[in-house]
Design a protein around this ligand. Structure first.
Ligand code: NI
Length: 351
């Protein structure tokens, strides 16, 4: 299991006013764990927000902020009414467990003593560990929500001690806003972590403060920490073709080992040529292409492809105006092959 990134639609421990807009951005960026708090928005909006998270295919989290028992019980009831998947936080386990019983909601309370708002974790490492062990031993507690970076103790030591002491997943919450902290969280043995304010304020180290860039940067760092390959976003062919207009000038859209994915627009007839070593695949996206060979012509319609083996003379011709073609061929392939033609392109732009 990799480290889980939970995006909180919260700033300074409150659900943000424009949570719905940020949710759309997060879902589009492929974030699959999304949380909010029970303060900041009216109940009905939290309910709608939760529905939108679930409809978007993500797991929903509600983090309890309230410190007194009465408010915490109200929050737990709200979690049930809202229908969240996971309830994070809170300290009045005795009062909350009966409310969650039979609901299927997973419960990750705070170990240790929580004070103030925004919340701070008070007490020594030993005291927090002792509390963590007692909580984790209970049925109905599925994991812990540790406000590690809100402690004045040695945070790395605290995280490692809690994770080592319990055999249930530990989520690190609060004040995580850099790759270094994510790496520390990972090393401690935690199951996941939350980020809210840092991403919403554009403070996470990234190319821009925009939320989408922030989230993608966090995801890339998490993928690196998890030693997964970096996640690549899908590419839309129509949009990629719409991004350029030159004909007979292939653009690089991607690389697969030594093979390149190129996009090219054809218009009219090209030049007869062959490639000594490289095979070429032509996949027609929009339009129609005729591939002329010395012994015959082949019509290639949208959605069809044709492979031209190396050494075989060929001459592509666009029928019906401009034809959009995806090429899949070795990186060394030059469009004009052995022919001397002004449309030869050696250095390709990307798209
Ligand atoms: Ni060719």
């Amino acid at each position: 299991m990799g480290l889980r990134f939970i995006f909180m639609l919260t700033r300074n421990d409150q659900t943000v006013e424009d949570a719905e807009t940020h949710l759309k951005t997060a879902l589009a960026a492929g974030v699959h764990h999304i949380g909010f708090k029970d303060v900041g928005l009216p109940f009905e909006r939290l309910k709608q927000l939760n529905r939108a998270i679930k409809t978007g295919g993500a797991t929903s989290y509600l983090e309890v902020v309230s410190l007194d028992k009465e408010s915490e019980v109200a929050s737990a009831r709200a979690a049930v009414d809202i229908g969240v998947d996971i309830l994070l936080g809170g300290t009045h386990v005795e009062a909350v467990l009966p409310i969650l019983a039979g609901t299927g909601i997973q419960y990750f309370p705070f170990p240790g003593t929580i004070v103030g708002h925004p919340s701070v974790l008070a007490g020594s490492i030993d005291a927090v560990v002792e509390s963590a062990i007692a909580l984790a031993a209970r049925d109905g507690v599925h994991g812990l929500d540790l406000l590690a970076y809100r402690s004045k103790e040695n945070v790395t030591g605290l995280m490692a001690a809690v994770c080592a002491a319990v055999d249930k997943p530990v989520i690190m919450a609060g004040s995580i806003g850099s790759k270094e902290r994510i790496e520390n969280v990972r090393r401690s043995g935690a199951a996941g972590f939350t980020i809210g304010t840092a991403a919403l304020d554009g403070d996470y180290p990234a190319d821009s403060p925009e939320l989408e860039t922030q989230l993608r940067s966090i995801q890339r760092d998490v993928a690196g920490v998890n030693q997964h390959l970096s996640p690549h976003a899908p590419k839309n062919l129509s949009q990629s073709f719409d991004a350029f207009s030159e004909v007979w000038s292939p653009r690089v859209a991607g690389q697969v080992n030594d093979m390149m994915v190129k996009l090219v627009k054809l218009e009219g007839e090209f030049v007869w040529h062959h490639h000594t070593h490289e095979d070429e695949l032509f996949l027609v996206h929009r339009g129609r292409m005729m591939m002329k060979f010395r012994d015959r012509d082949e019509i290639v319609n949208a959605g069809e492809f044709i492979i031209v083996p190396h050494g075989v003379e060929h001459c592509p011709v666009a029928l019906d105006g401009v034809c959009e073609v995806l090429l899949f061929e070795p990186a060394s392939t030059v469009n004009t092959g052995n022919a001397d033609d002004p449309r030869r392109v050696v250095t390709l732009k990307t798209v």
